[in-house]
Ligand binder design. Structure first.
Ligand code: NAD
Length: 448
């Protein structure tokens, strides 16, 4: 593992083999049977203890994330806290995971929400802790065992979370972490008949592959994939507020965020004013040492990601650019491309770096057309003072997570997921546990 801010080696972690996955599934299945047999209140209590253990180690986990992923320290603390909150929230669902009683003639009809068994969670490197917990916390709460495969570049916080689970009293082998390569450990989980469901967050390319491979076993999948989200600014909005908020909507986590608002669509009559306010806001973003409390943006995760981002911003494009440190580390400055058209790769593909484009539009219909002109549909923002327009456009944009006059999209207690090629299924929110159950219907005759 490399520190992306300095390129120093900070750890080496051996990768799991397919045999390691086999052995882990056997252990997980045994642990799951015991876990599902516990009283709901006991499972809930153990998950709350796990949440408390995470809470007591927020600073340690955050510092580990700064080192291995280059996240700015304030964000990293939020991420560790998010794991704690998810565990607490999921624990609250254990005793509430009830089926239904449905009226039928001649008897009683009831449904049971039964755990799936062993769930595989395959996580990406961009938010290693929260995304691991989005899958693991509700899966455990619903009575499953979890095998988590973190991304190749970011296994350290996941390994630490597994230790904290044990210290908190979770049964051995109920929550296992298997670091390893996607095409070895990841595929072994996908192909394993003992793994009932895969929760995958990552690229659309790998998500499609997992769905195709999983089809051989009719494997359950939740997919959280890429995005190219619009930020739509209407002329009737508080344009200055929209311009000031725009930079961090695509620069947070150095743009390595599936919800990044990287297509800024601005109504033509306020386009110049928007850029006038946006330019100094982008230029003044503080980029540098992620462990410094004042830093707003750190490095990219790796050399490969840096090369990928560079390839989209060719020399002939007009840009607004911020600053970035020289020297070691995978640095790229905040960048807004101002003179491209909607068909250019930088305007269509997920760059996954600190790069956005600004495009003008004429009216509401044009804004909706541009916003939906993408294979993705994860999130988006709408800036307007007209409440009717806010609702019309929210309903018209084909995306799973929209915000009006703000850029928020992820709360652990509201549902999250993508339309179109941004994903399949939903995570988080009040129904999160249900995604880790099978519904069983039982009819009991009263006439026998
Ligand atoms: P990736 O798809 O390369 O890897 C994600 C995970 O899948 C890693 O753990 C990797 O080891 C594993 N993997 C790779 N190949 C595999 C295979 N053949 N079988 C099984 N597992 C395999 O993605 P990444 O580069 O780590 O993450 C960036 C991508 O994730 C971006 O496209 C981003 O938009 C997306 N993302 C989506 C969300 C969301 O919620 N929708 C959240 C975060 C990131």
């Amino acid at each position: 593992m490399l520190d992306p801010a300095t390129e120093e080696v900070i750890a080496t972690v051996p990768g799991a083999t397919a045999q390691d996955v086999d052995a882990a599934v056997v252990r997980a299945a045994a642990a799951q049977a015991r876990w599902a047999a516990l009283a709901p209140a006991d499972r809930a209590r153990l998950l709350r203890r796990f949440a408390t253990a995470v809470d007591e180690h927020v600073e340690e986990l955050a510092r580990l994330e700064v080192r291995e992923a280059g996240h700015v320290v304030g964000n990293a603390r939020w991420e560790a806290g998010n794991v704690r909150d998810l565990l607490d929230y999921a624990a609250g669902g254990v005793e509430r995971l009830s089926g239904r009683q449905i009226p039928v003639p001649g008897g009683l009809d009831v449904t049971f929400l039964e755990p799936l068994g062993v769930v595989g969670v395959i996580a990406p490197w961009n938010f290693p802790m929260p995304i691991a917990a989005w899958g693991a916390a509700p899966a455990l709460a619903a009575g499953n065992a979890v095998i988590l495969k973190p991304a190749e570049t970011t296994p350290l916080t996941a390994l630490r979370l597994a230790e904290l689970a044990l210290e908190a009293g979770l049964p051995e082998h109920l929550f296992q972490v298997l670091p390893g390569a996607g095409d070895i450990a990841g595929e072994a989980l996908v192909d394993h008949p003992g793994v009932a469901k895969i929760v995958f967050t990552g690229s659309t390319r790998v998500g499609k592959r997992i769905m195709a491979r999983g089809a051989a076993l009719v494997k359950r999948v939740t997919l959280e994939l890429g995005g190219k989200s619009p930020n739509i600014v209407f002329a009737d909005a508080d344009v200055d507020a929209a311009a000031l908020a725009a930079p961090m909507s695509f620069l947070d986590n150095s743009g390595q965020d599936c919800c990044a608002r990287t297509r800024i669509l601005v109504q033509r009559q306020v386009y110049d004013r928007f850029l006038e306010v946006l330019a100094p806001a982008v230029e003044s973003v503080v980029v540098g040492d992620p462990s410094d409390e004042k830093t707003q943006m750190g490095p990219l995760i790796s050399e490969a990601q840096l090369e990928r981002v560079r390839s989209y911003v060719t020399g002939d494009l007009n840009t607004i650019r911020g600053s970035a440190p020289d020297g070691p580390g995978f640095w790229f400055p905040p960048t807004v491309v101002t003179d491209t058209d909607a068909s250019a790769p930088v305007a269509r593909e997920e760059v996954f770096g600190p790069v956005a484009v600004v495009l003008p539009f004429d009216d509401e219909a044009d804004a909706v057309r541009l916003a939906n002109d993408t294979e993705y549909g994860l999130s988006g923002s709408i800036w307007t003072r007209d409440v009717g327009r806010a609702l019309r456009v929210s309903r018209a944009v084909a995306a799973g997570n929209l915000s009006v006059n703000s850029h928020s999209s992820v709360r652990y207690w509201t549902p999250f997921g993508g339309y179109k090629q941004s994903g399949l299924g939903r995570e988080l929110g009040p129904d999160a546990l249900t995604a880790f159950t099978e519904t069983k219907n039982v009819f009991i005759s009263t006439e026998a």
